[in-house]
Design a protein around this ligand. Structure first.
Ligand code: GAL
Length: 789
């Protein structure tokens, strides 16, 4: 993983995250070298100042933007230029700054980058001086409303400092494109290197490429190519082939390593390592998607970039945990809604085996909000889109480039020209993937993006009832459900209804149907009117081969867009998993449909008023039937009929134990039981990882469960839990997954919500132990010991 960035042979690429100074507010003089920032806060990037703020309905980003503060801020960092900088090329690289960053080096303006989701770099070489140098960055996220969801504010992704020789591979200058033969036995790795010579004289160098397997064994060494370089950049294409490659797939995401070396008079002056994967894929209008020649359904989710209580501030372990939770659910694909993700996210997808739709924009020239990217689109879209493709084109996980989500130009004849232009920008840089856009208008004649006739695949959002007739309406068109469902749920909250609820019921009527808890039922029975329940779409997607797959909106709840509720709701209800990372019940529906591992899950909890008729649902697979028992008495066997994806019993409540047994050919497969819980009595504290790295970044996610005296989860417990942390770690955030909680995420306390809450513990850089103690009034506390190395 690290190898993608750890280059040697005279090239250094170092993290530039430490020892920044931060000031929340505008301070125009802060761009100057001479400026007193002694009183500014010292911090390590990535940093998101919004997530540290207070929820307030009046914050300009509005509840739709997460209800947290935005504004203007400055960052400054003093540093010593890399060794021998006079004879080298030095570049600063920002993976993402939200937004409108303006960067200065020693008081000199380097440039502005409006788009908050794109990576960009500036060359520093000629501005550097011996001794102290100063970088200053202004970030302006003050013009609101901007985003339709929570964006975060600040230098929220990693920053890097790269130093190379004067002859080297350019930034994002390497494209590695492994072409697999149709019998899957031979791969031709096509390599294109863009090389610069900044030495002011022509130079003759050699370029050599070698391929290694994951274990580091040399597989193929190319002949050194001699190159005469004048002082402009030069593109060199070459190829290496080898036999019997281990194919990259979602189950076995094997990668190879390409080492590219430039040598001058026999000495290596630049070396770059690039990971790549060998795979082929295909979309077919009748048969759907296949990877490496094998049919497979894309089982995808859409994810926004926030990491719950950590906000937008990138943390690799937090992203890895999200992906682990998705993987266990059976997810094999992610759509990075609606913008390019952090590079580390794509590294994780490569390594863990996810297919990716890398998406560029949520709007083009026509706005969704007054101050969103439409203002910058005319001037910046080409550079931003090129940056996305150049940065990301070597990731095996990426199969599709999306040029936009629900773009307003669908309904405007401008859509034709813009679609053509954007598709050609992408295809000029990469012809190995397909280009898609997530559309909503299903009448071809009315959809100008479709009319452009430039997209490879029809990406449809919602409209699951139209899946069936798609081949008739769009003969020979390849089809993917780019966004589906938008069901609404609150973890652990259950409310039965005779009919499925659409909240809101249409685009006109004011939403009044909600409850005082600001919650949506976790039975799969509520959705936005344009969407469906989880089962409704899943059934349609499963039925038709021409549906390549779906991307459910969304894998996790995210900050902002708290539809359908007003304030204090401030995060979304769409997730299959809540904001804290605790699965809602539908998680097990997907697991039962999308994985082969045996699943039996029953809902709801078993604490109700005596006599109430309770719907008990079971999701299961790998079994013929499920039998339900209340306090040892059978309530009968049920099997899923036809297209059904769950079974259900109406059970008059009686305290005790509700138990389900799934059976195959008469043999028990799984047993699940839920007991009526008594009063909260104690805390259980569970760490997802007890040994973490002492690298200042690694995290342990601690789940708090409020239990009764017999160890049953108390399903409505809301005790206030206090955390004490001793040793080499600190609290990075707390959460409970409740969409309308206005408690801060940066705190050493959290109320449990429906029995659970979460503390995220971050390691310091010194190895040692971390002891976390969780206490609550009247409950027996608990502690856990972590080790950091
Ligand atoms: C879609 C949109 C998403 C999100 C979703 C909520 O139309 O693409 O960004 O807003 O609706 O249901």
């Amino acid at each position: 993983m690290k190898d993608r960035y750890r280059n040697d042979g005279n090239r250094s690429r170092e993290s530039f995250n430490k020892d920044w100074k931060f000031f929340l507010g505008d301070e125009p003089n802060a761009k100057n070298t001479v400026f007193n920032d002694a009183n500014w806060r010292k911090l390590t990037l990535p940093h998101d100042w919004s997530i540290e703020g207070k929820f307030d309905e009046k914050n300009p980003a509005k509840p739709e933007g997460g209800g947290l503060p935005t504004g203007i801020a400055w960052y400054r960092k003093d540093f010593i230029a890399p060794a021998n900088f006079e004879n080298r090329i030095t570049t600063i690289e920002f993976d993402g700054v939200y937004k409108n960053s303006e960067v200065y080096i020693n008081g000199v303006y380097l440039g502005k980058r409006p788009f908050g989701y794109i990576s960009f770099s500036y060359e520093l070489s000629k501005h550097l001086k011996p001794g102290k140098n100063t970088i200053a960055v202004k970030v302006d996220n003050s013009a609101q409303p901007d985003s339709r969801w929570y964006s975060g504010s600040g230098i929220y992704r990693n920053v890097w400092l790269t130093s190379t020789a004067k002859v080297a591979v350019a930034h994002w200058g390497l494209s590695v494109n492994p072409e697999l033969s149709s019998d899957l036995n031979t791969v031709v790795v096509k390599i294109n290197a863009n090389i610069f010579n900044r030495s002011n004289k022509s130079q003759t160098v050699t370029l050599a490429n070698s391929i290694f397997d994951e274990e580091g064994k040399l597989l193929k060494k190319g002949n050194a190519i001699s190159l005469k370089l004048d002082t402009s950049n030069k593109n060199i294409s070459t190829e290496l082939s080898f036999k019997n490659p281990i194919l990259w797939s979602v189950d076995n995401p094997k990668q190879y390593k390409l080492v590219t070396e430039i040598s001058l008079r026999g000495k290596v002056i630049d070396r770059q390592l690039t990971l790549f994967g060998v795979r082929s894929f295909n979309f077919d209008a009748q048969k759907g998607f296949s990877l490496n020649g094998k049919s497979m359904k894309i089982q995808g989710v859409c994810l926004h970039h926030d990491l719950g209580a950590l906000g937008a501030a990138v943390n690799t372990r937090a992203m890895e945990r999200q992906l682990e939770i998705m993987k266990k659910m059976g997810v094999n694909a992610i759509r990075t809604a609606h913008n390019p993700p952090a590079p580390e996210f794509l590294d994780l997808c490569d390594k863990m085996g996810f297919l990716v739709i890398d998406e560029a924009f949520d709007m083009w020239a026509k706005r969704k909000n007054k101050f969103d990217y439409h203002l910058d689109f005319p001037e910046w879209h080409k550079r931003d889109l090129e940056a996305m493709v150049k940065r990301d084109r070597n990731h095996p996980s990426i199969i599709l480039w999306s040029i936009g989500n629900e773009i307003r130009e669908q309904f405007d004849s401008m859509g034709i020209a813009l679609t053509k232009e954007l598709v050609s920008i992408v295809k000029n840089l990469d012809q190995t993937r397909q280009v898609i856009s997530a559309l909503t208008e299903t009448v071809a004649a009315k959809n100008f993006i479709y009319q452009a006739d430039a997209l490879d695949i029809y990406g449809l959002n919602y409209n699951h009832k139209k899946y069936k007739d798609f081949p008739t309406n769009y003969p020979k068109v390849k089809f993917l459900g780019t966004e589906t469902t938008s069901a609404l749920q609150t973890r652990g909250f259950y409310d039965t209804a005779d009919t499925i609820r659409r909240w809101p019921k249409d685009g006109k009527t004011k939403f009044t149907e909600g409850n005082k808890e600001f919650a949506a039922s976790a039975y799969d029975n509520v959705s936005a009117y344009w969407g469906s329940t989880h089962e409704e779409t899943l059934k349609e997607a499963k039925k038709y081969d021409h549906v390549s797959g779906i991307f459910v909106w969304t894998g996790f709840d995210y900050l902002g867009e708290p539809l359908p509720y007003p304030w204090p709701a401030r995060s979304s209800y769409f997730g299959i998993v809540d904001l804290a990372g605790f699965p809602k019940d539908s998680y097990y529906l997907y697991q039962s449909e999308w994985t082969d591992k045996p699943v039996l899950h029953i809902l709801p909890h078993w604490n109700w008023e005596k006599g109430k008729s309770v719907e008990v649902w079971a999701y299961y697979n790998n079994a013929d039937e499920v039998e339900l028992y209340l306090n040892g008495k059978s309530l009968g066997k049920k099997s899923k009929q036809g297209e059904e994806m769950h079974v259900m019993w109406n059970v008059p409540f009686e305290a005790g134990t509700i138990k389900a047994i799934s059976r195959k050919s008469g043999k028990d497969v799984l047993v699940r039981e839920v007991k009526t819980a008594g009063a909260p009595a104690k805390i259980e504290l569970i760490a997802d990882r007890k040994n973490i790295k002492a690298d200042g970044k690694d995290l342990s996610f601690l789940t708090v469960r409020v239990l009764d005296k017999d160890g049953n989860l108390v399903p409505n417990a809301n005790n206030l839990v206090n955390f004490k942390v001793e040793g080499e770690g600190f609290i990075a955030g707390v959460d409970n997954g409740y969409q309308a909680s206005l408690e801060p995420f940066k705190a050493n306390y959290r109320k449990a919500f429906n029995g659970l809450c979460l503390a995220i513990i971050q390691a310091k850089e010194k190895a040692g132990t971390i002891k976390i103690t969780a206490t609550a009034d009247g409950l027996q506390g608990s502690s856990v010991l972590l080790t950091t190395k």
